[in-house]
Design a protein around this ligand. Structure first.
Ligand code: GTP
Ligand code: MG
Length: 171
């Protein structure tokens, strides 16, 4: 029988970038066109099986992106083992906000935290405002995993969480 590992994962990012939608896709394989903005934070879990008989359980804190909840975020990232920082590829301000979350995590969270950057809403390519190459270069320089995702079509959602699981220390 294999081994089970549990990790705390926090999602951060500007309101409406699709944090809750990514979690809903990952946990329930569903999508809502009319998702309500998160109040405070939501907690969900999901388990991933890796090839080598290893199971990773993520305990997920989906935080609220609205400015009035900003002061709550440290409670959720303080003990996190991994983080997904989300922006919307159609909203340049959301990448600035994502970069500021990454800085805050690198200063205040666990020094070993694994951080992934997710450029969400990749299905809206016609309205794209942020180049993949630019975001990838920033992620590489900063030591982040990087995926462009779509919670709507499911593109790269499992890949995002699986690559985090594979980067966690499994000993
Ligand atoms: P807060 O809870 O306020 O922080 O927002 P959030 O980041 O959780 O965003 P949420 O998941 O509520 O999504 C906001 C809106 O974007 C909703 O109308 C979603 O249906 C839509 N949305 C989320 N992901 C995608 C996506 O991949 N593609 C498209 N086209 N729309 C998306
Ligand atoms: Mg939300």
């Amino acid at each position: 029988s294999g081994k089970l590992y549990q990790f705390k994962l926090v999602l951060l990012g500007e309101s409406a970038v699709g944090k809750s939608s990514l979690v809903l896709r990952f946990v329930k394989d569903q999508f809502d066109d009319y998702r309500e903005s998160t109040i405070g934070a939501a907690f969900l879990t999901q388990t991933i099986s890796l090839d080598d008989n290893t199971t990773v359980k993520f305990e997920i804190w989906d935080t609220a992106g609205q400015e009035r909840y900003k002061s709550l975020a440290p409670m959720y990232y303080r003990n996190a083992n991994c983080a997904v920082v989300v922006y919307d590829i159609t909203q340049p301000s959301s990448l600035d906000k994502a970069k500021s979350w990454v800085k805050e995590l690198q200063r205040q969270a666990d020094p070993n935290i694994v951080i992934a950057l997710a450029g969400n809403k990749s299905d809206l390519n016609a309205r794209r405002a942020i180049d993949s190459e630019e975001a990838q270069a920033y992620a590489t320089d900063t030591g982040l995993l990087f995926f462009e995702t779509s919670a709507k079509t499911a593109v790269n959602v499992n890949e995002l969480f699986t690559s985090i699981a594979k980067k966690m220390p499994l000993e």
